[in-house]
Design a binder for this molecule. Structure first.
Ligand code: BTN
Length: 266
């Protein structure tokens, strides 16, 4: 799609979209990172529900400061949130984001699954990821920026050699492009539904649905954290979104963040 046409069409969508959470779209043709822009706006007081969207990113960021390759055809957005909850509750939000993304993808006839905490995959290949960044004080969240990157209509040959065997896109899986604006609209209304649950502290329902959408629990896993490697069985996920692993020595270990590797994929 021609660049300015992208901005025009996406902005047009915001005119008739009727989703509680969505207040404003800020659309770019090209940007360094929608998360960086959304954080800057949030620091300057931008409201909850402002969404930064870009056709492509030059410096897309993933978890653990990894590069998120962001060619055109992908969906790159960051939502500013200001939940009136204590900061410790926000750790569930990336799982809320992954749940909304996975549910949306499945409405397009695919079977995506979530790998803890928030990798959305189709046929075991990564298709989407969530990056949550926030600023808080002890008892108060100032803002949360929830960044979502989805390989929507991307020819997988556009990804680097190392990524080609481990990622996929919706267009590759469907053998044809997905309507960007339609996908975006469904994604935002699905996210709105789960975010409302989150604000109402209905963490049980979110977790129940996340577990149905995930293929992690029950699997033999290796979790690589910044300081540790844990091997065991994925036993449960708690209301904070933390993984509880049952280690080989019979110990239950709570893991807040890390890379999850399935042994049956090694
Ligand atoms: C991951 O590592 O899985 C998370 C990837 C998150 C990428 C998205 S794309 C939109 C937003 N802007 C960024 O720079 N990153 C997130």
């Amino acid at each position: 799609m021609k660049n300015n046409k992208f901005i025009e069409k996406t902005l047009e969508l915001s005119d008739y979209i009727d989703i509680n959470l969505v207040k404003k779209f800020i659309v770019f043709d090209e940007i360094s990172s929608t998360n960086s822009k959304a954080k800057e706006l949030a620091r300057n007081g931008e409201d909850e529900g402002t969404i930064v969207i870009a056709r492509m990113q030059k410096k897309g960021r993933g978890r653990f400061d990894r590069v998120w390759q962001s060619p055109d055809g992908g969906l790159y957005l960051s939502i500013i949130l200001r939940p009136k909850l204590t900061p410790d509750k926000t750790t569930l939000l990336p799982l809320v984001g992954a749940l909304a993304v996975s549910k949306t993808i499945n409405l397009f006839g695919l079977c995506s699954k979530i790998k803890w905490p928030n990798d959305v995959r189709i046929n075991r290949r990564k298709t989407a990821g969530i990056l949550l960044e926030s600023e808080s004080e002890e008892k108060q969240v100032h803002y949360v920026v929830l960044g979502i990157g989805i390989n929507l209509n991307i020819d997988i040959n556009r990804f680097s050699k190392e990524l080609r065997n481990v990622v996929t896109s919706l267009s590759y899986e469907l053998n044809g492009n997905v309507d960007y604006q339609k996908f975006l609209k469904i994604l935002l209304s699905t996210f709105d539904k789960y975010y409302a649950m989150f604000i109402n502290r209905d963490f049980d329902t979110i977790l129940k649905e996340w577990k149905m959408q995930s293929d992690t629990l029950g699997k033999r896993i290796k979790i690589v954290t910044s300081s540790d490697e844990i091997i065991g069985k994925a036993y449960d996920v708690d209301k904070s979104g933390f993984l509880i692993a049952l280690t080989e020595s019979g110990e239950y270990k709570k893991i807040m963040s890390g890379d999850c590797i399935y042994f049956d994929e090694l």
